[in-house]
Design a binder for this molecule. Structure first.
Ligand code: FES
Length: 573
């Protein structure tokens, strides 16, 4: 350790007064001997384990392996819990609680005698929430992801989390799948520990962490139950102790170059659209300038290099056996910042330069991609003055330039109530519009943007329609779906004044999304609009709606932007 470096934990454990007694004595009730308070780095293991977050339910075992590495390297590991966000169970949506979890992570790190942090994350929001919270403290930090589940196996074929759930559910509605088969698929889809094994939001977030340089190489794809996941946890425990000794803080890794790398890699892997709001929020915490337009500018010319659901055929287990993210990054050397630093002390280039592809059915290179257009297109127009987004690799090509009549659902409840109404006047050229599903409107910006299609069209074999909302979309979903329309309808964005029968035009090539009415008509409608009544007047939800930023700003709270650092001058007693 540098002789200049004073550990912040010494402010607690290094004192010989009443406070030092208090801090050490109560810790000793856990059986820690005197010598662990000898000035070694204290490593906080920030654990989002919960049985209510099934994707993170194996994290206590991962934490034990991290601890082995920390002890081995001469550190003192201390595991602590935070709230956890289970995507499949929490109502009304985990996104409502991402910022709350980030506050929990931030305050727990800052308030305690921690010199370095290992973040254990898996299910969708747990990754950005932990990174955001830790970034606002800016200590040496490394992330270990929980890893994806093994491939789903159903009646002789592989099935993917979420992606096949949506397909099966539509098949049941169309009468093509029995309810008994649907029930049988449940356990076949989720047959091991781990998070969703499609390139959904969890895998996208793990890949984001790896491409930002916040994890050891190969972190994103190792299956949760593969022994190498536990080896990586062990090695991460070792490494964080060295990072404390090197004083390598998050801000040394999370530079503008790192964010640009993450955007380009996300385009190459066909990552979830949720990547946008989470990366924008993380940039806001660490103080790196990043805008919605950057996602289009930096990612629009990156082709799709992986063949993974929901855009392709394979799953994360296949991705790992093919070589994983280092292979993708190695093939992108011309477009990545090769010298960006990563947590293991090496540059991106040093980490991935020897990565080899073992299966070109799953990973290709820039010269031979699976699809030439990938990434995320940022749309503009009178319907979305501050932007809206679409994922071209998940869309139907012929709908990328389209004009149709709006079918408007005023709220998600209105959608649920009417979607299967046989009298609804709708056809495959119609444009479904959903309001009231943005950050403030729902509240929490749920994953409802890939709204189900009208039953009568599903039964006729229609598989996609243009759908527009201020909601998000599950990373495991697909379709021609315009999301994150900003400003949202609940704050008076133009989406609020769309009416049934209005003509809507989209042209993804020119990045246009337009409600075909005159400027005068738009002004008249907006002037006549009044906000919906407040749904929440107390508790966390009321704080949320008062302070949440719009989708183009990352949906963070206005008062959480930036960092407060890790210093706390006041003693506790
Ligand atoms: Fe947890 Fe998909 S539900 S990652």
């Amino acid at each position: 350790m540098s002789s200049q470096l004073k550990l912040r934990s010494s402010e607690w454990f290094g004192k010989n007064d009443k406070d030092g007694f208090l801090h050490r004595s109560w810790m000793k009730n856990q059986g820690f001997p005197e010598h662990v308070f000898d000035g070694r780095p204290v490593i906080g293991i920030c654990n989002s384990w919960s049985e209510l977050t099934p994707c993170n339910a194996h994290f206590r075992r991962i934490a034990e392996h991290v601890k082995r590495g920390v002890w081995e390297a001469g550190g003192f590991p201390l595991e602590f819990p935070t709230i956890s966000l289970g995507e499949t169970l929490m109502r009304p949506t985990t996104m409502l609680f991402r910022n709350l979890m980030s506050m929990d992570v931030e305050e727990c790190i800052r308030a305690n005698p921690i010199d370095g942090v290992v973040l254990l994350a898996g299910c969708d929001k747990t990754t950005p929430a932990q990174l955001m919270g830790a970034a606002s403290c800016n200590l040496p930090t490394i992330m270990v992801s929980g890893g994806p589940m093994l491939n789903g196996k159903f009646r002789g074929r592989d099935i993917g989390s979420g992606t096949d759930t949506f397909k099966f559910s539509e098949d049941v509605r169309a009468g093509k799948m029995s309810l008994a088969a649907f029930a049988e698929a449940e356990v076949c889809m989720s047959r091991s520990n781990g998070h969703c094994m499609t390139m959904g939001t969890a895998s996208t977030m793990a890949s984001m962490a790896e491409s930002l340089g916040m994890t050891l190489p190969t972190n994103a794809a190792i299956p949760a139950v593969d022994s190498r996941r536990y080896t990586l946890a062990h090695m991460s425990g070792q490494r964080i102790v060295a990072m404390v000794r090197e004083d390598m803080k998050m801000s040394h890794i999370l530079t503008r170059d790192a964010f640009e790398n993450a955007i380009r890699v996300n385009a190459a892997i066909g990552g979830s659209t949720n990547f946008i709001v989470h990366l924008l929020a993380l940039a806001g915490r660490i103080g790196v300038p990043l805008e919605l337009q950057d996602f289009d500018v930096l990612g629009h010319d990156i082709p799709l290099l992986v063949n993974l659901m929901p855009s392709g055929e394979y799953l994360m287990e296949d991705f790992f056996y093919a070589g994983g993210l280092p292979v993708v990054m190695n093939s992108m050397r011309e477009v990545l910042h090769w010298n960006a630093r990563t947590v293991n002390g090496c540059s991106v280039g040093e980490n991935v330069v020897n990565a080899e592809c073992y299966d070109d059915r799953v990973i290709r290179d820039l010269n031979n991609p699976f699809m030439h257009q990938s990434g995320i297109a940022v749309l503009r127009g009178n319907l979305c003055p501050n932007g809206a987004i679409i994922k071209p690799s998940a869309a139907t090509p012929k709908l990328m330039a389209h004009r149709g009549s709006a079918i408007v659902f005023e709220t998600p409840d209105d959608l649920r109530a009417r979607i299967d109404d046989p009298s609804m006047e709708v056809n495959e050229t119609s444009v479904m519009v959903l309001k009231g599903a943005g950050p403030q409107g729902y509240p929490g910006m749920p994953e409802m943007g890939n709204m189900p299609m009208p039953k009568k069209l599903v039964q006729r074999g229609v598989t996609d329609m243009l759908r527009i909302s201020d909601a998000r979309m599950s990373g495991t979903a697909y379709g021609t779906v315009v999301l994150h329309t900003a400003p949202e309808s609940a704050v008076g964005g133009p989406l609020a004044v769309v009416k049934d029968g209005d003509q809507i035009e989209i042209d993804v090539e020119s990045r246009r999304l337009q409600l075909v009415i005159s400027d005068q008509e738009m002004s008249t409608r907006l002037a006549a609009w009044s906000p919906p009544p407040l749904k929440h007047t107390r508790g966390y939800a009321s704080l949320y709606v008062k302070h949440v930023l719009q989708a183009d700003k990352g949906v963070d709270f206005d008062f959480l932007l930036g960092s407060s650092g890790a210093y706390v001058p006041q003693e506790s007693h």
